[in-house]
Design a protein. Sequence first.
Length: 131
Amino acid sequence: MPTGLTQDAGWQIGVSRTLPHPVEAVWEFVSGPDGIALWLGAGAVLTPERGAPYRTADGVTGEVRGYRTADRIRVTHGTTTVQIALSPAADGARTTLRLHQEHLASAEERERRRAHWQHVMDQVAAALERR
């Protein structure tokens, strides 16, 4: 099977980065309005309840599938599923941030989304540095 293709979730992509910030600081940003706008889309407001709907300014709709404070958020996003997850480093001063998207249509879409998520990760890192 080609890289990125799974039997259950179709084409998927994951991007991760270790950031020099504690989980609390990363969570506060990625679960707040500015962070959600970066990774999910402008205008999206998430209610931390399973099944809660949302809509972005671009018209993409979805619903919350999972929300565990300071750990992960999983949502549908159009026809795909997006998850953002945090893992603290042993020293507590750094956090690994993971962005994952599944149910992509093709290998080409997977590569487009990889570039997108890498750009999002750059934006999150820059925003945290400015705080």
